[in-house]
Design a protein around this ligand. Structure first.
Ligand code: PNS
Length: 160
């Protein structure tokens, strides 16, 4: 049984995330999408909301589950016997930090990181840019799963 984790903040899930998750789901028997609970960072959506959106958009993949985690990714993976993290690399600008994290994680626990090159269509895409564009009523309909759109609109319409 080959298992992997796809970790991230997913605030909110984008089509770029889904691309990486779906490719991991083809390559591994089981994929755990791990949503970081980060009390130090303010987020647009609560952890529960992010998990619920991910569960809905991943419902078509029978081998994908969604969980939250706090603390170190390596501890989450050790507890579940997960030996590999799968992450997307969008551009060379991702590489420095991703390589540092991969090497640190490997040093901490032996967790390996497999990188998938994101589709060129998504090489500029991030949750933070989606939030920013949507804040000013820009069109993000091609960038996030359909069910995210009304939730983004509703959340951004609320006074902060
Ligand atoms: O979607 P993001 O915010 O780019 O995801 C980053 C994430 C959650 C994968 C990364 O910050 C992480 O693994 N955080 C957990 C804390 C941890 O293990 N830090 C040490 C990494 S070497």
């Amino acid at each position: 049984m080959h298992r992997c984790v796809c970790p991230g903040s997913f605030d909110p899930v984008t089509n770029g995330h889904l691309d990486v998750i779906s490719r991991a789901a083809r390559l591994f028997d089981e994929v755990v999408v791990a949503v970081l609970v980060n009390d130090k960072k303010s987020s647009l959506f609560t952890t529960d909301e992010r998990i619920e959106m991910l569960r809905q958009v991943c419902a078509g993949y029978s081998n994908v589950t969604v969980e939250s985690f706090q603390g170190l990714l390596v501890d989450f993976c050790r507890d579940r016997g997960i030996p590999v993290a799968v992450k997307g690399l969008r551009a060379v600008t991702d590489f420095d930090y991703e390589l540092q994290m991969a090497q640190m994680n490997h040093r901490l626990s032996g967790l390996d990181t497999f990188f998938v090159a994101t589709k060129p269509d998504y090489s500029y895409l991030s949750s933070s840019l989606v939030r920013e564009v949507a804040t000013y009523a820009g069109d993000v309909s091609a960038l996030v799963p359909d069910l995210v759109l009304p939730r983004l609109a509703a959340r951004l319409a609320q006074p902060s």
